[in-house]
Design a protein around this ligand. Structure first.
Ligand code: GTP
Ligand code: MG
Length: 179
């Protein structure tokens, strides 16, 4: 009997992607929604760091994504290991909660971990919780100013884990910038 051998797809590239932002902004939920391709609420605080892998098909080749989910609570940040965790990252999603402006003001603390070669997309999470008009102009202006000071910040998008489209978009856009 003839046997068919299907050659394994070749891994073309490995991308290290960080997902950063204050505790509770929705980093783990965002990653899980992207990885599992369905709205995925995270119910627990991340302890230290978690790590997810997703492969994407690029024709007959594969892209392997290493998604680094760093806990946002202050006591983890104070352990001073994040500098090392962030080394060598190709891209980062810098997340804040649209319904909690304090988390926007803390973005700069996370930017400190990055170098100018890392591609960055800013993500305003939980868009389902806010009215479009709430703080909108203020937030846009604040991010415009951040981008002037940190030109490696590329774009800003709003997400909700209940809209798979917006979640996939931020990851794919970042990946595109990194390739
Ligand atoms: N309404 C709404 N809630 C969300 C959304 N994303 C996350 N949440 C909720 O926000 C809370 C915190 O989400 P996590 O994903 O655990 O937040 P985190 O940033 O990983 O927090 P740490 O692990 O502590 O750093 C959970 O109750 C989520 O269900 C969203 O898009 N909309
Ligand atoms: Mg988490």
């Amino acid at each position: 009997m003839m046997q068919l051998t299907i050659p394994p797809k070749r891994i073309v590239r490995v991308l290290k992607i960080l997902v950063l932002g204050e505790g509770g902004v929705g980093k783990t939920s965002l990653i899980k929604t992207f990885v599992f391709e369905q709205p995925s609420m995270s119910l627990d605080q991340t302890l230290g760091a978690e790590f997810f892998v997703k492969t994407l098909d690029l024709g007959d080749e594969q892209l392997k994504l290493q998604l680094w989910d760093l806990a946002g609570q202050d006591h983890f940040k104070n352990m001073q290991v994040y500098d090392r965790f962030c080394q060598g990252a190709h891209g980062a999603l810098l997340c804040f909660d649209l319904s909690d402006v304090e988390t926007l003001f803390r973005l700069e603390q996370w930017i400190e971990y990055l170098n100018d070669e890392t591609k960055v997309v800013v993500v305003g999470t939980k868009s389902d919780l806010v009215d479009v008009a709430d703080n909108d102009e203020f937030i846009e202006e604040y991010i415009r100013d951040l981008r002037k000071r940190y030109p490696f910040i590329q774009t800003f998008h709003k997400t909700s884990i209940f809209s798979l489209h917006s979640v996939t978009k931020v990851f794919l856009e970042l990946i595109d910038l990194c390739l």
